[in-house]
Design a protein around this ligand. Structure first.
Ligand SMILES: C[S@@+](CC[C@H](N)C(=O)[O-])C[C@H]1O[C@@H](n2cnc3c(N)ncnc32)[C@H](O)[C@@H]1O
Length: 248
């Protein structure tokens, strides 16, 4: 067992246990994942994702990687824009989530140039300089060593390629932060209990969001991983941020 500790929500756990604890969360909520996203965010997560898809500016023929793809909301947007040309690689560490993603894309008729790979974001099993676009949506905060995931995505991008990180972040206005705290600490675990029969997983969600590095810190981590022209755009007052950068 590793001596290093990390956070799983507010709990300190050995680094080598976090991945399996996170896997338990997503195995438990997989069936109700999309419904819960709509209920928790009042549907706004669709707008955050639509914005990220737009900013990715994927073109037919490109090679695109979606990391921690889950139910494939981002991947679906990329697949539409590829129009069957190029390649889309959809990845997740969790079989249950990857299978839901595969179902989504298959049901939408998005097949042929789509590949599915179960893998850890920290150790992406792809060749160097392969992808034009790499994204991770609401996945990074679940990864044990986020810096390694950033480095791994950097390695897989080709020079000129861009990365997009869509993730919960930190509200910029005090009034939004206070309202958001009241809502998320009180309502979300209860909603998780009623809808998904799992209060603990949604408490983890809330705690993991608060532990996520703030906007500027994540931007610095991206720079440290090698990305250039790093910047971010706050969404919904900083509840979510889209970080972007490129490999030159
Ligand atoms: C909150 S979901 C996000 C799914 C999707 N990208 C979206 O935007 O709705 C987080 C996903 O990250 C995956 N995940 C957690 N840890 C991971 C890791 N170390 N490597 C790859 N995927 C991971 C989970 O299995 C889950 O599907």
């Amino acid at each position: 067992m590793s001596d290093s500790k990390t956070h799983f929500g507010n709990r300190k756990v050995p680094e080598d246990r976090k991945a399996s604890l996170v896997a338990d969360v997503f195995r438990s909520v997989a069936d109700k994942y999309d419904l819960m996203n709509d209920l928790m965010s009042f549907g706004i997560h669709r707008l955050w994702k639509r914005y990220a898809i737009q900013r990715a500016a994927v073109r037919p023929g490109q090679c695109v990687l979606d990391v921690a793809a889950g139910t494939a909301d981002l991947a679906k947007g990329f697949a539409h824009r590829l129009r069957g040309q190029g390649a889309l690689v959809v990845t997740d560490i969790n079989d249950a989530m990857l299978e839901l993603g595969r179902q989504e894309l298959t049901d939408a008729g998005l097949v042929g140039n789509v590949h599915y790979v179960r893998c850890d974001a920290e150790t992406l099993p792809f060749a160097e300089n392969k992808f034009d676009v790499a994204s991770i949506g609401f996945g990074l905060r679940n990864v044990t060593r986020q810096q390694r995931a950033l480095e791994s995505m950097y390695r897989c991008l080709r020079p000129g390629g861009r990365v997009l990180i869509l993730e919960f972040s930190h509200p910029t206005l005090d009034v939004i932060r206070k309202l958001y705290d009241v809502y998320s600490y009180n309502a979300l675990p209860k909603l998780g209990h009623w809808v998904a029969g799992d209060e603990d997983s949604y408490r983890y969600l809330v705690e993991s969001i608060r532990r996520q590095p703030p906007q500027d810190e994540l931007a610095d981590m991206m720079t440290e991983a090698g990305f250039e022209r790093v910047y971010y755009h706050n969404l919904s007052g900083g509840i979510v941020a889209l970080h972007m950068g490129c490999k030159l």
